[in-house]
Design a protein around this ligand. Structure first.
Ligand code: HEM
Length: 187
């Protein structure tokens, strides 16, 4: 929501998609309506790229000695994967720090299923998050309803550029400052 408030044209594009693809007269968006909402899915993916909730995944242990890009990793080494840095690597992403959901529209890859190592919000391999589908559906339905039911405004006197996007890092990652917005019902 914070990224969308900083780019009202993207918020408008998302709202148009969600509102066009929800049957007329229906009070809320249901899971059945999400199928045609490609831009919504791209917005959620782009959010996971820039703001992965588990920025360092979970600690892993190498079972055998291996070589990764010329670095020798001995067996039984505690390995921490920095998914946050992978998602912002300028070598993998054009305009890496920009919130640009369009990069995920009409493309099969990169996807978050653990095969594209520049984008690992759910990890990869045998310990990949088993809650991917549940997690994605929950975030998509929540965001779709927030933008379907309300138009959103910044509190009085606040400008887009005043939104503090600083994150607090730990096992999980969250906004440093809470996001306060004003909902306006659209009817
Ligand atoms: C957007 C939502 C979610 C995100 C971003 C997320 C992310 C992650 C990440 C990064 C890992 C570590 C993977 C690794 O180290 O390779 C993980 C593990 C795990 N997640 Fe999720 N998760 C989400 C939702 C869920 C949900 C909804 C559930 C359960 C209903 C769940 C259950 C688990 C479990 C049980 C593990 C540990 C798997 C293992 O160690 O074998 N997650 N998740």
């Amino acid at each position: 929501m914070a990224e969308l408030m900083r780019k009202p044209n993207l918020m408008a594009k998302l709202q148009a998609e969600v509102r066009e693809n929800t049957p007329k007269g229906q009070q809320i968006v249901t899971e059945d309506d999400l199928g045609n909402m490609a831009y919504l899915k791209a917005v959620v993916k782009e959010t996971l790229r820039l703001h992965p909730p588990a920025p360092l995944l979970l600690p892993h242990l190498s079972m055998a000695e291996c070589d990764i890009g010329g670095y020798k990793v001995p067996a039984e080494t505690r390995v921490i994967v920095n998914a946050w840095a992978l998602g912002r690597d300028p070598g993998s992403w054009e305009a890496a720090d920009e919130f640009m959901p369009e990069r995920f529209v009409d493309v099969v890859s990169p996807d978050f299923k653990g095969r594209d190592f520049q984008f690992l919000p759910f990890g990869a391999g045998r310990r990949i998050c088993p809650g991917i589908n549940f997690g994605m559906a929950s975030v998509e339905i929540m965001l779709a309803n927030l933008v379907y039911c309300y138009d959103w405004e910044l509190p009085d006197g606040m400008r887009q550029e005043d939104l503090d996007m600083t994150s607090v890092f730990g096992m999980t990652m969250r906004r440093k400052e809470k996001l306060f917005l004003v909902p306006r019902t659209r009817c």
